[in-house]
Design a protein around this ligand. Sequence first.
Ligand SMILES: O=P(O)(O)OC[C@H]1O[C@H](OP(=O)(O)OP(=O)(O)O)[C@H](O)[C@@H]1O
Ligand code: HPA
Ligand SMILES: [Mg+2]
Length: 173
Amino acid sequence: MTDKTLTAEERAGRAFPVSWDQFHRDCRALTWRLNEVGPFAAIIAITRGGLVPAAIVARELGVRVIDTVGIASYDHTRQGELNILKAISEDTLKLGGGTGKGLLIVDDLVDTGKTAQLVREMLPDAHFATVYAKPKGRPLVDTFITEVSQDTWIFFPWDTALSFAPPLRDGAA
Ligand SMILES: O=P(O)(O)OC[C@H]1O[C@H](OP(=O)(O)OP(=O)(O)O)[C@H](O)[C@@H]1O
Ligand code: HPA
Ligand SMILES: [Mg+2]
């Protein structure tokens, strides 16, 4: 049974910190794979986490039409109801023939898959790409780069800062 008093991060247990360098490399690797699948008429970033990978992928693939769909579910690390804060624009929907054909959806990661499921329902024929994937959400993603276990919490570079780490013999785990 899931302990509701714990945040998703606390439940995850393992930490996987990602540096800007690593993230940029992983986004470029994702682009290599997507280049085999495209071309794409537009990219839809799932904000906010999808904005950074979408910018890198768009630059590499030469896509200049970018839209966003705003979905929030985690308040820092606790997952709540999914809220659609901004819908996909009419212009983008038209570009994808109403079903998303020839469009690319980008997010930073898929965890439980709830966000991905919701966007997939909006654009069933779009290609869905994330940089990282956890097992529960993985079946919903068409292309990703790195899989991490469900009990891992990914720390993105825009959510973290460099800080002092005490030496091992002083009690650091
Ligand atoms: O697979 P799921 O369990 O749905 O989780 C994945 C989603 O959670 C995070 O977004 P969040 O809702 O925290 O908003 P943010 O992108 O604004 O940080 C992440 O960026 C994904 O969009
Ligand atoms: O592992 C994660 N890291 C950051 N944000 C997230 N949102 C869902 N899962 C995660
Ligand atoms: Mg997000």
